[in-house]
Design a protein around this ligand. Structure first.
Ligand code: ADP
Ligand code: MG
Length: 264
């Protein structure tokens, strides 16, 4: 099943759209990573899919044309976590994660026992029960990223859009978060669409990469095909070697420039 279909999506802010003519298909249950250099339009594309930035073209989620859905219907189809969410630092982890249930609440906007149970379950799955009563302002970076993920998971949508979910995390915390996400994806059949600036991580977890440069798709497909040294030189102006892990995944290794080399 197709979770997300983009046809000639153009989106942006002013005269020159930040994202132009993007066509892509995301399979249900897959992990799709949008990559590309700073300013390529990755966040803008995610925001367009989330309905936060205007677009031209067609976006269909689970075979339903997105522009035909109400805000509430959209929030039941997909969950979106921005790169730098505005965090109400005084809120406890439980109350923050409960906000993820908002699209499901009735007109009286009171959470039910079922909502509280979903929140508790989500906290458990992300090892956050011990932090449930802590205020967001007191959490470490890794704990905070887990809380942000918990909030979007509590929304219980089949499609997740996550903008740079590992920003600010060290390699171990980033790996732990992506592993958790991968486990949830496999257990629940959730479709994951992330932007990821770390290409080696993207190649480990995603089955498909979409490489954007200056708002346009310049390559897409399996990580092993998209990530070539030649392409990364052209689009990132980076000098890299593509190595391979024991599991056969590509590793993007930067190569120090000649001019910077120690002359000793
Ligand atoms: P990425 O996530 O790949 O780093 P973005 O999607 O954030 O790139 O930005 C793409 C382009 O759109 C950049 O040139 C950026 O300056 C511009 N841009 C992003 N957000 C806004 C905004 N709110 N208003 C105007 N221009 C924006
Ligand atoms: Mg971005």
């Amino acid at each position: 099943m197709t979770a997300l279909r983009l046809r000639e999506v153009t989106a942006g802010y002013g005269k020159r759209p930040a994202v132009r003519d993007v066509t892509a298909t995301v399979d249900g249950g897959g992990w799709f990573a949008i990559v590309g250099p700073n300013g390529a339009g990755k966040s803008t594309l995610l925001k367009a899919i989330a309905g936060l930035v205007g677009f031209q073209g067609s976006i269909a989620v689970h075979d339903r044309e997105f522009s035909a859905l109400s805000r509430r219907q959209r929030a039941r189809e997909l969950g979106y976590a921005p790169q730098d969410p505005l965090l109400p630092t005084g809120l406890t982890v439980t109350d923050y994660v409960l906000l993820g249930r908002t699209p499901h609440l009735g007109t009286l906007a009171r959470e039910s026992r079922a909502d509280l149970s979903i929140v508790d379950d989500t906290l458990g799955r992300l090892d956050l029960r011990g932090l449930a009563a802590r205020r967001l302002g007191t959490l470490s970076g890794g704990e905070l990223q887990r809380a942000v993920l918990a909030r979007v998971l509590a929304q219980r949508t089949r499609l997740l859009l996550l903008d740079e979910p590992t920003t600010g995390l060290d390699i171990g915390h980033a790996q732990a978060l992506l592993d958790r996400l991968d486990r949830l994806r496999r257990e629940d059949g959730t479709t994951v669409v992330t932007t990821l600036h770390d290409l080696t991580f993207a190649a480990q977890y995603a089955d498909t990469l979409l490489l954007l440069d200056d708002g346009e798709v310049v390559a897409s497909g399996p990580p092993g095909e998209v990530l070539t040294a030649e392409r990364l030189r052209r689009h990132y102006a980076a000098d890299v070697e593509i190595l391979t892990t024991a599991t056969g995944h590509p590793v993007v290794a930067p190569v120090r420039g000649q001019s910077a080399a120690d002359p000793r």
